[in-house]
Design a binder for this molecule. Structure first.
Ligand SMILES: [Mg+2]
Length: 376
């Protein structure tokens, strides 16, 4: 291992970035207020090098949040991002970030390229990314997102996941009619009296509905309320944040370092959701620094990534003191009926372990990739 480090560091160059669209079937498809998915139409990003090493990561298109589609992510990765990185040493992650930042927008595409380059850096140094980022803890508590459904079905899902994985923290999707949302959270609360609950409306409520639903949900003991209303209604968000005794969490309003800075300046957002799926490791780490400086808590969030994305999420969440002590959204890759990797993160007794292998610790099963890829 030591020999490999000495021989490879500084000698490897990126030769090309490849984007492979694929679709995975769901066992239990996610549903939330801003959209839903029936299959996981993701993109596998592969950063190739002259040493034969390949860095990999997964992009999850969310057109209702970022405007990016599977097609646009493939185009951005294989086009301008591929062009930006030719000849770059993958250990120079700041240079990679600077080159990629010349491509505007395309958060998810850029985030996946950043993760894939970090995967390469870990392989070159024969070190887990988790260690390269800071290696604060070996594991982190896992939170599960409960999708929209009938209240009884949502409670059943929470019970089942709690029993199977030992998870005690649930993010409950809301953003429908207030009475239905309150019934769903009450059903989960009744089923799991000791669980930690927070909710995510994905901007689905009107201001009036947010007042009605949010007030009742606070009574039911939810710990935070994520993106209650349109992120354009800045005055309304501020009124809600001041009204509720629990924090308003920013997600769709916090999709980049600059967005987080503006959101914190405006004052409504009092917990920030950081997702490696949109800000990679490099920009996510910058967001952590900003939040630390302002004493704003961070939740490491999920946009229903598959196992490849979940490996990146747990790597990041466990690596930092400011994230490792708080449950991270890590379990929903298990909603997929199948996946591309040989093994995803291990979740046991409610905790997810950071991968111990080099890089992101992911190994793609080429047979499954052939089965699920959409371009061949
Ligand atoms: Mg959210």
């Amino acid at each position: 291992m030591h020999l490999a480090t000495e021989t490879l560091a500084g000698t490897v160059r990126i030769t090309g970035v490849e984007a492979i669209p694929y679709a995975l079937p769901y066992r239990r498809a996610p549903r939330f207020a801003s959209g839903s998915v029936t299959t996981a139409d993701n993109v596998l990003v592969r950063v190739h090098t002259d040493a034969g090493l390949v860095g990999q990561a997964e992009a999850q298109p969310r057109p209702y949040t970022y405007g990016e589609t599977q097609t646009s992510i493939v185009a951005a990765v294989s086009g301008p991002l591929n062009g930006a990185l030719a000849g770059v040493d993958p250990l120079r992650t700041e240079l990679v970030a600077e080159r990629c930042s010349r491509v505007a927008g395309n958060y998810v595409a850029r985030g996946a390229v950043d993760l894939a380059v970090w995967d390469l850096a870990g392989q070159i140094l024969a070190t887990p990314c988790h260690t390269l980022l800071g290696g604060f803890a070996d594991d982190v508590a896992a939170a599960h997102m409960v999708s929209l459904d009938a209240p009884a079905a949502m409670a059943e899902e929470a019970i089942e996941v709690g029993e199977r994985l030992g998870v005690v923290t649930f993010k409950v999707k809301v953003g429908r009619a207030p009475a239905l949302d309150v019934a769903a959270v009450r059903a989960i609360r009744d089923a799991l009296p000791d669980a930690d609950l927070y909710v995510d409306a994905n901007r689905g409520w009107s201001y009036a509905d947010a007042v009605r639903a949010g007030d009742a949900l606070v009574e039911l003991g939810v710990r935070a309320i994520e993106e209650p209303i349109s992120i354009e209604d800045r005055a309304g968000r501020l009124r809600l944040a001041d009204r509720w005794p629990v924090p308003l969490a920013g997600d769709e309003s916090c999709i980049s370092l600059a967005h987080v800075d503006r959101a914190l300046e405006e004052g409504a957002v009092r917990v920030v959701s950081v997702k490696t799926a949109r800000t990679g490791f490099t920009e996510s780490r910058r967001i952590l620094g900003l939040c630390l400086a302002r004493n704003v808590p961070v939740v490491v969030g999920s946009q229903y990534e598959g196992a490849i994305g979940a490996l990146a999420t747990v790597t990041f969440a466990a690596a930092f003191a400011s994230t490792a002590g708080r449950p991270a959204e890590l379990t929903n890759f298990l909603d997929l009926a199948d996946d591309l990797v040989v093994a995803g993160p291990v979740i046991r007794d409610g905790r997810a372990a950071a991968p111990a292998a080099s890089g992101l610790g992911l190994e793609v099963d080429e047979d499954r990739l052939r089965r699920y890829r959409l371009d061949a």
